[in-house]
Ligand binder design. Structure first.
Ligand code: LP5
Ligand code: MN
Length: 243
């Protein structure tokens, strides 16, 4: 009895070794789990559900649906790269969308799931940008444009984001410790699992006398990995692409 957690795969056609690693994970490892939780940034970016017609996207959705058919429940949360994933993708992948944050009872331990970007409160420019693009009206207007136009705007934005990141310190782009403490305090939860920062680790926090653990999931750029949680607790497992 266990569940698996992954995030930040940033899947795209130009990383074939990682795509093969993900396929192997879905075929050999994930079917033994009751549930697979994908905590955001599953895709390098998502321009809208009409991009499901892209054969790469169709294949990935089909891979998830195949896993669901084998009996593993699939949950997905939006990341900052793929917050436009919507109903058509969820249907094709046979996945359920989770709001950020989501609270679950994980084999008796109350556990809070997040993508992680909202914890990076020192990154003020990003947080302002986030408020804008998460707005319903902004998204309606963005999605009303032709797919090709949306993709080229995203490519422009990616360049701008990389440029801005090169001027931000590592601390600014990590979680803010007060934001973590306030989240754990407000939720009263002893365990938090998130991704986004690409700094995999298990952190211990003492909040108002309560001992909490915070698991940060790894990205899947050069290698991959997942968190496996059961009644006895969680363990991080690394994955390496075939040579
Ligand atoms: O993604 P990552 O980890 O590299 O960096 C993030 C933050 N950057 C982003 C931007 C995404 O990478 C771009 C892809 C999103 C696709 C979404 C599709 C729909 C939106 C389309 C909009 C045209 O999330 C980065 C953080 C970093 O995490 C660490 O937390 O620092 O934040 C930024 O770099 C944002 C800048 O600081 C602010 C950007 C302002 C841009 C304003 C112009 C908006 C309109 C652009 C139109 C071309
Ligand atoms: Mn992210």
């Amino acid at each position: 009895m266990h569940s698996l957690f992954i995030s930040d795969l940033h899947l795209c056609p130009t990383r074939p070794a990682i795509n093969a690693l993900f396929t192997r994970f879905v075929q050999d490892i994930a079917p033994q789990a009751e549930a697979l939780y994908i905590l955001g940034d599953f895709f390098e970016y998502w321009a809208g559900d009409d991009d499901l017609a892209d054969p790469f996207h169709t294949a990935i959705a089909g891979t998830l649906a195949g896993l669901a058919q084998r009996g593993t429940r699939i949950y997905i949360m939006h990341g900052n790269r793929d917050f436009l994933l919507s109903d058509a993708f969820l249907r094709a992948a046979q996945a359920t969308l989770l709001p950020d944050p989501t609270r679950i009872d994980l084999y008796g331990t109350p556990t809070l799931l997040m993508h992680g970007d909202t914890l990076c409160t020192d990154d003020v420019a990003y947080q302002q940008f986030r408020v804008m693009v998460r707005g319903t009206e902004w998204q309606r207007k963005f999605l009303a444009q032709p797919l090709g136009q949306r993709k080229s705007q995203i490519e422009d934005l990616r360049k701008k984001s990389e440029q801005e990141k090169s001027n931000k310190s590592a601390e600014i782009m990590d979680v803010n410790s007060d934001a973590v403490a306030n989240t754990l305090r407000a939720q009263g939860y002893p365990r938090l699992i998130h991704g986004h920062t690409h700094r995999p680790a298990r952190h211990s926090h003492r909040v108002d006398g309560m001992l909490c653990e915070r698991w940060v999931l790894p990205d899947w750029y050069v290698t991959g990995g997942y968190l496996r949680c059961g009644p006895a607790g969680c363990e991080a497992v690394g994955l390496t692409p075939d040579a």
